[in-house]
Design a protein around this ligand. Structure first.
Ligand code: UT7
Length: 323
């Protein structure tokens, strides 16, 4: 028998305010047509004034718990993947913990920017497989609107706010790839590329800062690295693109999503795409897409799912799971 971390529930939350591309046409030298053709984005949600990352995360966590039928008192660990925590400390995770009434177990944040949810999922799996916990809430939540330079048309039209969450639970499997749950992961980072996507501020530089990105450079790395990490995670368990039912990619750019699927030999009919509605929500984008994909009826029990993401660091990786 092999211990597996299987998905028991999924949920998401999006702030009420929806901002269509046309809203940027009034303040910037840009067009809806440019944004759609270069990124696939049509609209995004922005958090209200005073609405924080932990607020979004708590709503997504409650939705995932409701979907799982598991009571919050049975959760042993809570991980929030975010680069936009409410405060420098404590962690967004401890704020969510108190917000949802979880008084036992432990909670911590993971900061790997857009790859944060993949890193959190791989670490949640390690906690479960090693026998340290039985049930983990894994959340991706961001308020990237707070990091935008509203005069930089090359970045501010691309990002959005939101949160998504999964409930993972330990279960015994047979040890082969027919098992439900997380089957494999592949994580990387390379700090030599830290200056192509970063925020030019932080606690020890006295400012919050704004997101800065060399879009073309990040694009080039994304297309090359995403398919290779996904292929590597599949190869570790003797599978390949032909075995994949769904790719649920980080939602940064439709052109990157298409290029990655093509490199993996997976047709677009088997890719969950939400970038048109959410923009790039960084660490929240994959759990948001998992939740929306399930609601659409795209993901069903037993499907082989690959999640993959890349972001600032650079940090990138993938997880293969059977839904
Ligand atoms: O989540 C973390 C990972 N992030 C990503 O994966 C993002 C990766 N990068 C991208 O998605 C794309 O590079 C962008 C969508 C950011 C940009 O697309 P691009 O095809 O690489 O365009 P570009 O940056 O090369 O810009 C092309 C032109 C430039 O004008 P010139 O120099 O050719 O005259 C830009 O100044 O488009 C201009 N441009 C815009 N025009 C209208 C840049 N932003 C805009 C804009 N509206 N919003």
């Amino acid at each position: 028998m092999t211990r597996r971390a299987i998905v028991r529930g999924v949920g998401h939350y999006l702030p009420e305010r929806v901002v269509p591309n046309s809203e940027f046409e009034t303040t910037l030298d840009t067009t809806d047509a440019w944004i759609q053709s270069r990124s696939g984005i049509e609209r995004r949600h922005f958090a209200a004034e005073g609405q924080t990352t932990s607020d979004l995360a708590a709503r997504a966590a409650e939705a995932a718990l409701a979907d799982s039928g598991i009571d919050v008192t049975a959760i042993d660990a809570l991980i929030v993947a975010t680069s936009t925590a409410d405060l420098t400390f404590p962690s967004a995770a401890t704020m969510v913990q108190s917000e949802i009434g979880m008084s036992n177990g432990f909670a911590f944040d993971v900061q790997a920017v857009c790859a944060g949810f993949v890193f959190a999922l791989a670490n949640a799996n390690a906690l479960i497989v090693s026998g340290q916990v039985e049930r983990v809430l894994v959340i991706g939540a961001e308020t990237f609107s707070r990091l935008m330079d509203w005069s930089d048309r090359g970045t501010c039209v691309l990002f959005g706010d939101g949160a998504g969450a999964l409930v993972l639970e330990a279960a015994e499997g047979s040890g082969d790839t027919t098992d439900r749950g997380i089957l494999s992961s592949d994580l990387h980072s390379d700090g030599r590329h830290r200056d192509i996507l970063y925020v030019d501020g932080g606690v020890s530089t006295h400012t919050t800062g704004h997101l800065r990105m060399q879009g073309k450079e990040v694009f080039r790395h994304a297309v090359e690295k995403l398919a290779s990490t996904a292929d590597a995670a599949l190869e570790k368990i003797g599978l390949n693109g032909a075995d994949v039912d769904w790719i649920v990619p980080h939602q940064a750019n439709l052109r990157i999503i298409k290029a990655t699927a093509q490199r993996m030999g997976v047709p677009m009919e088997r890719v969950v795409v939400t970038v048109q509605d959410h923009g790039n929500t960084s660490a929240a984008s994959i759990p948001l897409a998992l939740s929306v994909g399930k609601a659409r009826g795209q993901l069903t029990e037993g499907d082989l799912v690959v999640v993959e993401a890349i972001g600032g660091g650079l940090a990138w990786g993938s997880v293969v799971l059977r839904w």
